[in-house]
Design a protein around this ligand. Sequence first.
Ligand SMILES: *Cc1c(COP(=O)(O)O)cnc(C)c1O
Length: 403
Amino acid sequence: MTSSARPADPAGTAARPPLNRRLAEFGTTIFAEMSALALRTGSINLGQGFPDTDGPEEIREAAVRALRDGRGNQYPPGPGVPELRAAVTAHQLRRYGLTFDPDTEVLVTAGATEAIAAALLGLLEPGDEVVALEPYYDSYAACVAMAGGRRVPVTLRPHEGRFRLDLDELRAAVTDRTRLLLINTPHNPTGTVLTRAELTAIAELAVERDLLVVTDEVYEHLVFDDAEHLPLATFPGMRDRTVTIGSAGKTFSFTGWKVGWITAPRELVSAVRSAKQYLTYVASGPFQYAVAEALRLPDSYFDEFRADMRAKRDLLAGGLERAGFKVFRPAGTYFITTDIRPLGESDGFAFCRSLPEHCGVVAIPNAVFYDHREQGAPFVRFAFCKRTGVLEEAARRLKTLGA
Ligand SMILES: *Cc1c(COP(=O)(O)O)cnc(C)c1O
């Protein structure tokens, strides 16, 4: 009926929203809304996960030096500068005993974000299913959609103080259409570090069903207490089917530099590079040289970084506990997931929208990381990669919640 009442629209665009159907559900992010709210209310922003201090001075100076010496100011080589590719392979060998050829088995990307996008765009056919751990890092769902894939969530659920992977559910999620498993450990936002038993089961499943695995390990250096980061590529049968994603942003506190990388066997690197070359082609020239130096920092840097973040975790976790939250003390990452039900609340969205007014702190409702939003409803995430004084003030403010 409307067609006869309306003027002709040969392009068919008049009634059609500009955003395509693949991305329609990803129109806006909660981070923009919450950061605006933080500004408007003068709140402490523990929503977004970036450090409020820069990484090591010597690495910042290395970037300045590269820039001044004219290294990386023009397009760097497509796979990344040789110095960085060599440093990545040396790091994988030193930390994990994994051997990669720096010429064919490493690809430098514009942060882990581009690595995720290029891996999914390069490896998926439309209609392929991707099994991923829910709650997801927010770019996974959007990138699976851009690649025309179908995401199949396996939900991590709280069990004895940590979010746990149900191995039966994982098995049940794999079908004949499953192309790859998209894993993230240490896991954002839950802070879970997958255990040897969980990773063994993932590896066995991947081998049995002949699946590719893309594993996002950007928090590899942020594991606490007895937790140990075990790269999936080290498990039997995994090296040849795994794309491992790393990034300098989280490990060296330079999230703005956007230097990431993948390590994988030659054919997989080549597939990912086919997509990557048409996304950014190359990025972050001078920063690549600086990150090459960063990856060669002595163990003491990584140990001190971890100890510092653990102290921050304990500071914020203690504050949240005293404020009445149930705290899932993270074994890794720089996020704490909490349960707000002990505070008499159950809707994380409503809670996070009112928290800035109530006590001047911004957090993120974990529901945004779920397909089944109701599963994530009572969980709220706080970032602790902030200066000690900021975390102390946040803890003081949060304490007024229970009062
Ligand atoms: C921050 C983050 C990324 C993105 O890393 P960049 O290197 O900044 O692009 C990817 N995955 C997870 C789980 C993250 O938390």
